[in-house]
Design a protein around this ligand. Structure first.
Ligand code: SAH
Length: 364
């Protein structure tokens, strides 16, 4: 079979230039050569590093959150605990370890991992070390009929956007086409009929629209409205509307040309949280105010947890470990690091916003 670049070129010849959303999906999920389909491991040795790979405290705080929303839901059993895009499985592993002292919660959980990549599904099963877990490729394959607690870290950013740019007072769409030598190139095409966007956008302004991210938000909203529950979506993204080109490719922790080696670099966009939240509300659920990751983690008690871990490290003669914990805390909470670049959205059916999303807890 031809390589992915050649197959993309043929597809473009047959059907015309691809939207960025189509290009992203094909590069990330082609079953033979897609980025995730061929990735046996993520993490420090990979192309990007995520918060659960930086520190165990990230998954632990989400464990604390999961137990408290379960209590606010009236301790339902069963409750489906679903992780979207679990990567290496580090987050769910840390979460489950953090809730070991909650046998009633553990007994109530029906655990589901939503993952498209076969090698990553294998890594996740190994990480969970024989625990009972079910796999699905999409959220709608997770059986209905029970409330949900749903977690997704760096999941939504895998879903592509269509990108429109304002030129000479008109909107054009960025598409991936072919240059004179048959190589992939970025070009401009008229927007689809019915496309409607603000007329007062600045010249050169880039508008990103993700139907796929919105569909996930709406799907979660519908599931929540049906059966009740709470979802936590964490991602590199914006908490309010903004123009800007956020499409990027990472390879070996460096930014690379997204068209250069299809399937070999991680392609992402910033998540448009206000649109995902609006879609979830259309689906029938509530949403809490979009909150910075650092603020959310502090409200969940990450500083006390870091102190406890550091004290244990020092008592066991490992001051180096205590320093490492301090660096990890800084990395995932500080505004100059991941603290404000990453935002957290809660979608839920609880009577009040879940913990981590209200100011009153910050003083604790
Ligand atoms: N949550 C992990 C991994 C983030 S990477 C962490 O924080 O470390 C994105 C993950 O989402 C990978 O596991 C990838 O295979 C999965 N993924 C991406 N798009 C997906 C899709 N459309 N359906 C299911 N899983 C997907």
């Amino acid at each position: 079979m031809d390589g992915l670049a050649a197959r993309l070129a043929r597809l473009i010849q047959e059907t015309g230039p691809l939207t960025l959303a189509q290009y992203m999906t094909l590069c990330l999920h082609d079953p033979a050569e897609g980025y995730y389909a061929t990735r046996p491991a993520l993490g420090a040795g990979g192309d990007f590093i995520t918060a659960p790979e930086v520190s165990q405290m990230f998954g632990e705080m989400i464990g604390v959150w999961a137990v408290s929303v379960w209590e606010a839901m009236g301790r339902p059993a069963p409750v489906r605990l679903v992780e979207l895009g679990p990567g290496s499985g580090a987050l769910i592993n840390d979460l489950l370890r953090a809730v070991k002292g909650q046998p009633a919660f553990l007994a109530a959980i029906d655990l589901w991992l939503v993952e498209l990549s076969a090698p990553l599904r294998r890594a996740q099963a190994t990480q969970l070390d024989g625990g009972t877990v079910s796999f699905a490729e999409r959220l709608d394959q997770v059986p209905a009929g029970a409330p949900l607690i749903l977690i997704g870290n760096e999941f939504l950013d895998c879903f592509g956007v269509r990108q429109f740019v304002r030129r000479d007072g008109a909107w054009l769409e960025h598409r991936v086409g072919l240059d004179a030598d048959g190589g992939l190139c970025l070009g401009l095409a008229p927007p689809p009929s019915g496309f409607c966007a603000p007329d007062d956008a600045p010249e050169g302004g880039v508008l990103e629209i993700s139907e796929a991210q919105e569909a996930i938000g709406e799907g979660i909203g519908l599931r929540m409205a049906e059966a009740g529950g709470a979802a936590l979506l964490i991602d590199y993204g914006r908490d309010r509307f903004a123009y800007g080109d956020t499409f990027q490719a990472l390879s070996g922790h460096r930014k690379v040309d997204p068209l250069e080696a299809p399937g070999q670099a991680d392609l992402t966009v910033h998540v448009d949280f206000p649109s995902v939240a609006a879609a979830a509300r259309r689906g029938g659920a509530r949403t809490a105010p979009i909150t910075a990751q650092g603020t959310f983690l502090r409200r969940m008690g990450i500083e006390a947890r870091a102190r406890a871990l550091a004290d244990t490290a020092i008592r066991s003669g490992r001051p180096d470990l205590a320093d490492r914990i301090a660096r990890q805390l800084h990395r995932i909470t500080d505004p100059a690091e991941m603290g404000t670049l990453f935002q957290v959205l809660a979608i839920h059916t609880l009577a009040a916003d879940p913990p981590g999303f209200t100011d009153t807890e910050e003083a604790r």
